[in-house]
Design a protein. Structure first.
Length: 339
């Protein structure tokens, strides 16, 4: 069997690196958003039995049409979702969802999965039937504890800076040793930096609940992870596998406690590592996933019921609602300031 993984390695290689070579002939192909059809010739020549795309909505339709094997798209962007019966979203996640739908609705994927099950129902309301949710696994032969490495840093974070994140990070960056890598590092080099840190952080890009695939990547290294609230998933339990924080102040208080209490920090870190090893290791997840795909245990994705006008009306309504809410918050703060 031949398997092709197509995506940005800095974001997605952690899902499959080096762990499927005994299962299949595996090859990685780069994907960036400026590529045209001529850039996919090597992929077409490889002629994989299973093609796994990350952000496949950016792949030209003619490339997909010319692939003989099964075509799977794994969606990884933060989309609106239902939390406690209410829609949880930001303008950023709504824009990402709008672009995703516009880009993928006419692409000939056999299967489309989204990584966060709490968004699947929201997507279904636009008459888009995905194949289901797929929790991204971790290559635990690469992302693992490294022996003999000293902890030079108190905190580690990988990801772009946003206003929301810096509200959490500002105090820590002034008072502790904080390593923040924005982009461009993965694999063993990244694992070494994570292992040189006492606490790994997961803070959302915007003020909305989500479950970033970075969580399980961080936890696999055997370091304790502190995160904002995650959207519901069947695996990771706050207070047991990681530490949850609700605000910058909450983060500042908890980091002091866990830096001063090695036993508690290491206990939670080990719980998290074991959870990833037990449920989210690439060597277990992808073989079962491919077997399910080959044996038709998933439904094909279905966009036949999608209608552009109701979709666009819903997007406009939600954007207007969010903009008004944001304006109300600004006005309320100004009134309170000048009372």
């Amino acid at each position: 069997m031949k398997v092709a993984f197509i995506g940005q390695p800095e974001y997605f290689r952690f899902c499959y690196e080096n762990e499927l070579d005994l299962l299949a002939e595996v090859r990685e192909f780069d994907l960036n958003f400026s590529m045209d059809s001529t850039d996919f010739i090597d992929l077409q020549i490889f002629d994989a039995d299973i093609n796994v795309f990350f952000r496949g909505e950016f792949v030209p339709l003619d490339v997909l049409s010319n692939l003989n094997g099964i075509k799977i798209n794994l969606s990884s962007e933060v989309f609106p979702k239902y939390i406690d019966g209410r829609i949880n979203f930001s303008l950023d996640s709504l824009n990402r969802y709008e672009h995703f739908v516009r880009a993928i609705k006419d692409k000939c994927f056999d299967y489309v999965f989204h990584y966060d099950k709490t968004s699947v129902e929201f997507i279904k309301e636009d008459n888009i039937l995905l194949s289901g949710e797929f929790s991204f696994p971790v290559s635990t032969d690469i992302y693992k504890p490294v022996e003999g490495v000293s902890e030079k840093w108190d905190f580690f974070f990988i990801g772009r800076s946003t206003n929301h994140r810096e509200k959490f990070f500002g105090h820590l960056k002034h008072h502790y040793n904080f390593l923040h890598i924005c982009h461009g590092m993965w694999g063993k080099s990244l694992v070494n930096y994570m292992n040189q840190s006492k606490i790994l952080l997961n803070i959302h890009a915007e003020n909305e609940i989500s479950w970033e695939p970075r969580m399980q990547m961080l936890m696999a290294t055997g370091k304790m992870v502190i995160s904002e609230r995650l959207s519901y998933n069947e695996y990771l339990i706050a207070g047991q596998d990681y530490v949850e924080v609700l605000s910058p102040r909450d983060l500042h208080q908890k980091v002091k406690y866990y830096l001063d209490n090695d036993y508690e920090r290491l206990r939670i870190a080990e719980n998290g590592r074991k959870k990833v090893m037990g449920y989210l290791s690439t060597k277990d997840v992808f073989p079962q996933f491919f077997d399910d795909i080959i044996n038709n245990r998933y439904n094909k994705c279905d966009f036949d019921g999608f209608s552009k006008f109701p979709f666009q009306s819903r997007i406009v309504k939600l954007k207007s609602q969010k903009l008004l809410n944001n304006l109300f918050k600004v006005v309320s703060r100004l009134i309170a300031k000048y009372k």
